[in-house]
Write a protein that binds this ligand. Sequence first.
Ligand code: AMP
Length: 215
Amino acid sequence: MIIILFGPPGCGKGTQAKILSNTIDIVHLSTGDMLREAVQLRTDTGKLAEKIMEKGALVSDEIVAKIIHEKIVKKDCNNGFILDGFPRTLKQAQILDDILHATKRKINHVIEFGVNDSELVNRIIGRFTCKKCGTGYNDITSLPVVNNVCDKCGSKVFIRRKDDNSETAKNRIEAYHHETETLLPYYEKKNLLVSINALAAIQEVTKQIISIVKK
Ligand code: AMP
């Protein structure tokens, strides 16, 4: 099964992708995570992407297409995968179609996360992650049960993304409206698009997604 989680930054795609990946046992592919890893490893791709990501703009289609292609053709994606943060432009959507066509596969669902812009910046700047196990938290929506202690692994070290500040968040939301949202009619025409209410509680959003993918 191939699922695209579609929506602006801060809408909860990453959180739901992780839950879904564990629930239905398919690979989670986040281009944002791949690029952050490249930046950390100081690869050529990482060096090219770093400044662009800091500004909240989109990295070039060529770079993103290359890193996603490398992952999609791997064996662990044979059963399908969840795309989180890709495609973000029409060109990327076309590249994805070409890769899938060449490997005789098809997208099953494109799930649009419906949220208000006013919620997004606060959600983005509230995000933080356990450095040890990667569990995600939010100052507004999901704090650890015990203050400053990870619910999952007990670690007390948390990290915040460099681009989760209000100025970059605003640019990222703008990039979504200008470049990514224009993809919605593309998937609507292909009869793949379903919208959900992503402002509901995390478990509620998961339920909506599961009911779509189990159909
Ligand atoms: P994300 O973690 O999905 O919010 O992505 C973080 C940043 O990585 C974005 O603001 C972009 O700069 C870059 N990025 C991630 N995915 C893509 C993509 N598909 N196309 C272009 N840039 C991307």
